[in-house]
Design a protein around this ligand. Structure first.
Ligand code: GBH
Length: 459
């Protein structure tokens, strides 16, 4: 094939996963319960009653999964550390057996010539901390800093790249406002407090990583690209509110050391007079980063709309006078997400224009698609839609780089089909198929395509 996009020498290719989505072994070696164990075991919250109890059994099968990565030819593998394996009750003693698992995984990766990239928090909060208030309270941020110090001390010399939080938007707003992620709360002020404490936790974790002398520290955000439904001023204002809720709430404090100027228009009285912000927080939150991780999947078209809840006292934090409308004329993935690769270019170029030199080098820490792929009669999985999605998004990424955005790496989501949160095992993002009944792994056509694409860079 000759139509592979071509990337500069040194550009990093990788694959990503997350602990609760693949590991299983939830009761093993002293792991404590997380909010996702509680959420997935609450009837009616996850599709088909699926849980992460077994998932891809990666906890036991990691050597085989590392072999798949080696065969794929990736430079780097992004995984996450399960906080409840390291500090099972959130604040008590450190569980050495939990650290040992990640130590074995890291050694296996290094032996295969693959650079580990570790995420400290991909949503599995120890349940004990949620019982004490979760991210609504500052103490959780302090516990996160202490946990980060332990992990960095043990693995910091072998893991060069560290991500403090994965998509804090999901933790704060899906977890405490929409209620579609653990812990399943629907709140106003609580979700805004959670967002702030996640930022504080990020700052404390960066300090811990610096103290341990790691090579690179950053954070991963799921930045969204919002388009107005029409050219009306009302829809333009709706885009600003959506941009504030999803993006500016993180990028302004982290990259500029300030809160979004548009926060009052976005949250009204919910944000005024809050008492969770302290002096010194913005300095902590805006410490320099070595990279910004961005997860990108799809564009979102928004239109102006009334509040869903008229009573301001009962309003949740994601009720911001706009609604999402379908993007016309494009293919949709199995998630129902619009496929419009040029919006990936636009997002990155827009970010560079907004932040200029304040934007650190970028790593795309997730990009991929869920498709209804079936195993063919030949045993192979011919996931042509996923191949097209990956090819077109890598091409769009290359275009952003040509336009001056400093992007250093790309991680496909995901190495394996896995537990897709509230969607359970229904939605498959893997470039390797997992047959959950047997735990058999079958590389899909997209795996072979990605492998050839990586190999083509090195010729
Ligand atoms: C990423 O989230 C995650 O980091 C990763 O763990 C996940 O598997 C991957 O993308 C694919 O989704 O309909 O209310 O339940 C991307 C952002 C947030 C998108 C949750 C799907 C579902 C919201 N995701 N969202 S809801």
């Amino acid at each position: 094939m000759t139509d592979f996009p071509s990337f500069p020498p040194g550009f990093l290719f990788g694959a990503a996963t997350a602990s609760y989505q693949i590991e299983g072994a939830v009761h093993e070696d002293g792991r404590g319960p997380s909010i996702w164990d509680t959420y997935s075991h609450t009837p009616g919250l996850v599709a088909n009653g699926d849980t992460g109890d077994v998932a891809c059994d990666h906890y036991h099968r990691y050597p085989q999964d590392v072999a798949l990565l080696r065969e794929l030819g990736v430079d780097s593998y992004r995984f996450s550390v399960a906080w409840p394996r390291i500090v099972p009750d959130g604040s008590g003693p450190v569980n050495v057996k939990g650290l040992d698992f990640y130590s074995r995984l890291v050694d296996e990766l290094l032996a295969a010539g693959i650079e580990p990239a570790a995420t400290l928090y991909h949503w599995d909060l120890p349940q004990a901390l949620e019982d004490g208030g979760g991210w609504r309270v500052r103490e959780t941020a302090e516990r996160f800093g202490a946990y980060a110090a332990v992990v960095a001390e043990h693995l910091g010399d072998r893991v060069p790249r560290w991500i403090t939080l994965n998509e804090p938007w999901c933790s704060a707003f899906l977890g405490y406002s929409v209620g579609r992620h653990a812990p399943g709360a629907r709140e106003g002020r609580g979700a805004l407090a959670a967002a702030h404490h996640l930022l504080v936790g990020h700052g404390l974790a960066v300090q811990a990583l610096r103290a341990a002398g790691v090579r690179e520290a950053g954070i991963t955000l799921n930045l969204d690209h919002h388009l107005p439904a029409t050219g009306s001023p009302a829809d333009a204002a709706a885009v600003t509110r959506a941009d504030t809720l999803h993006n500016l709430v993180w990028t302004e404090p982290i990259l500029k050391g300030r809160y979004p100027a548009t926060e009052e228009d976005t949250w009204g009285e919910l944000i005024t007079g809050q008492d969770f912000r302290r002096s010194g927080d913005l300095e902590l939150i805006s410490q320099p980063l070595d990279f910004l991780g961005i997860n990108y999947y799809r564009p979102i078209v928004v239109a102006d709309a009334p509040y869903r809840e008229n009573d301001a006292a009962r309003r949740v934090a994601t009720d911001n006078r706009y609604e999402e409308v379908p993007m016309p004329g494009v293919r949709r993935t199995a998630m129902g997400w619009a496929v419009a690769p040029h919006t990936f270019t636009d997002l990155l170029v827009g970010l560079r224009e907004r932040y200029g030199a304040a934007l650190p080098p970028v790593h795309i820490t997730e990009n991929g698609s869920a498709e209804d792929d079936e195993a063919g009669s030949d045993g192979a999985v011919h996931d042509r839609d996923r191949v097209a999605y990956l090819r077109d998004h890598l091409t769009a990424l290359r275009a952003a780089m040509d336009a001056g955005v400093d992007v250093r790496g790309y991680y496909v989501w995901s190495l394996l089909d896995n537990f897709e949160w509230a969607f359970g095992y229904d939605k498959r993002f893997g470039i390797v198929r997992v047959d959950y009944a047997t735990q058999r792994r079958t590389p899909k056509d997209s795996y072979h395509w990605y492998r050839s694409m990586i190999a083509a860079q090195r010729r």
